[in-house]
Ligand binder design. Sequence first.
Ligand code: ATP
Ligand code: LTN
Length: 327
Amino acid sequence: MKRVFSGVQPTGTIHLGNYLGAMKRFVDLQDDYESIFCIVDLHALTVPRDPEELRNKTRELALFYLAIGLDPEKTTIFTQSSVSAHSELAWLLQCVAHVGELNRMTQYKEKGQGKDTVTAGLYTYPVLMAADILLYQTEVVPVGEDQKQHLELTRDIAQRFNNRYGEAFTIPEPLINEIGARIMALDEPTKKMSKSAESPNNYIGLLEEPKIINKKIMRAVTDSENEVRFDPENKPGISNLLTIYSLMSETPVSELEQKYQGLGYGAFKKDLAEVVVDRISEIQDRYRRWEKDGGVEDVLRQGAEKVSVIAEETMERVKDLMGLYRV
Ligand code: ATP
Ligand code: LTN
């Protein structure tokens, strides 16, 4: 079986963009791949966090992983900080990555914009991400469009390492949805839906109440044409809603365009809200069940134990190849 790996940060509110852009895919892949999904808590530290909140968000994300349908019998779930090889390999790869490459990373530039100070961690963040992926000889990495550049860097670092020191890493392939790779903000459909958005009207959180979800969808920004047609360039708002509807209901966009021909945005949004609420309610039910029954700590503990074995194998080889003297 091919191996798949991905990570999500335990920060902010897990939203429909995270779910449709990446996490839903995790669930689809778990039957056909050896699946490893990580809660990247070390990445969350690149901007200052309240320690108690980080701990809570980490547990919350573990519950989300289970709530969306990841099955701990088939899939390994763990926290990044519980396997120290992630930090260790990140250092070694920082000595392979180039400053020029990191300077070109757009996420670093966007997240640092307007800040008085930026941590060194935010700058080297993509190298830690490369370490996450390469540690497990990952073949496939399902992510949203915004991570494409980081995946390219990961491939470059791996290739450079293999050429310079000898074969240590599998070269990973990104897996990016054809539709839904970039879910846009509800209140500003030219920007991506984001956890770090200032206004909660930007996103739909996976734990939000049906009433709120309904309101957010009914108020989502659209154009004045009132014609349900997929045209991301000229009609970004309605096209984004069509994408969401299509992915949540597993119905092709063209079928939805036909269904709502002549019916206008009101009717379309009302049905969309129903579809989204239905789907999110299932996730919320499973979330509450896991929360009530307990067991999430065991899933994380066993996950870390399992992946540590693979991580150690890679580390041994990398250290040998780089000439670290061991007695
Ligand atoms: P944000 O930008 O929302 O603050 P993030 O994208 O930096 O968060 P994560 O929460 O770790 O960080 O993202 C988890 C996954 O969700 C990644 O694969 C990312 O590409 C994907 N993702 C995030 N936002 C969107 C979006 N609007 N549309 C599609 N995929 C997304
Ligand atoms: N950088 C990613 C999160 C992330 C990740 C990874 C994704 C960290 N390590 C490894 C895939 C594979 C983000 O900001 N969304």
